[in-house]
Ligand binder design. Structure first.
Ligand code: AP5
Ligand code: MG
Ligand code: ZN
Length: 223
């Protein structure tokens, strides 16, 4: 069955952590707009160059660029059975544009899952996040460190050194939170009004507990 899922939640709420697990269990592609922008930045593409300044200062990349990127991505073959969107939509105009895009294809979203985490916990998590530039694995020095300090656990990564994201310094984390509350949070009510919102409490609970809640939501939907 086709499952079209949107993951909502502030910076550091655990969207990427959960979406990766869900992709593994349900065989759906994990589409993170942030990851796509970072990959473009690394490769020096024109999209990457356009996004760079916004990302490094914690602002949103303009809606037109982001919507175009997603529109092109979800028509690819691997999205035939659905997808997990992580980090999109993040503004009301993006959410409305995405609804129009789905409608034009005779489709609709199945569920928007919001992971709710307090700002204090977000600042703590993001200051100690590390990730693998090779496989994208996400670690946390306090809440989920790699087995060996500073390197990825994945044997295929052969001891790749973990990196810290440029936007994970405290001043930029605070700015991302501000932008989240101002511009992104209103889309929770937007999906609430559409009747497809599910909320998961994410503060002070392990990724396993959050994943269990998501499995319950999806199994109730027949997945
Ligand atoms: P993006 O990459 O999407 O960043 P974000 O929304 O700020 O979210 P993060 O990736 O920081 O957090 P996450 O929720 O994925 O948490 P994670 O699982 O890593 O976007 C980056 C930038 O790109 C934006 O600022 C913007 O400029 C641009 N952009 C992207 N999409 C855009 C769009 N649609 N429109 C415009 N601009 C866009 O977890 C965080 C940490 O916590 C990790 O260390 C993890 O190990 C740990 N952790 C996870 N779960 C738990 C738990 N339960 N308990 C303890 N620790 C946990
Ligand atoms: Mg992420
Ligand atoms: Zn790795």
């Amino acid at each position: 069955m086709g499952l079209k899922i949107v993951m909502l939640g502030g910076p550091g709420a655990g969207k990427g952590t959960q979406a990766k697990r869900m992709a593994g269990k349900y065989g759906l592609p994990h589409i993170s707009t942030g990851d796509i922008f970072r990959a473009n930045l690394k490769e020096g593409t024109s999209l990457g160059l356009k996004a760079k300044g916004y990302m490094e200062s914690g602002q949103l990349v303009p809606d037109e660029l982001t919507c175009e990127l997603v529109a092109n991505r979800i028509v690819q073959d691997d999205c035939g059975a659905g997808f997990i969107l992580d980090g999109f939509p993040r503004s009301l105009p993006q959410a409305e544009e995405f609804t129009r895009l789905m409608e034009a294809r005779g489709e609709s979203l199945d569920v928007a899952i919001d992971i709710d985490v307090t700002d204090e916990e977000i600042v703590e998590r993001l200051s100690s996040r590390r990730s693998c530039p090779k496989c994208g694995a996400i670690y946390n020095l306090k809440f989920g460190p790699p087995k060996q300090e500073g390197v990825c656990d994945n044997p295929e990564c052969e001891g790749e050194a973990l990196i810290q994201r440029k936007d994970d310094c405290e001043a930029t984390i605070r700015e991302r939170l501000r932008v989240y509350h101002e511009t992104t949070e209103p889309i929770i009510a937007y999906y609430g009004d559409q009747g497809i919102l599910k909320s998961v409490m994410g503060t002070g609970v392990t990724p396993e507990v959050v994943f269990g809640k998501i499995e319950e939501i999806l199994s109730a939907m027949g997945a």
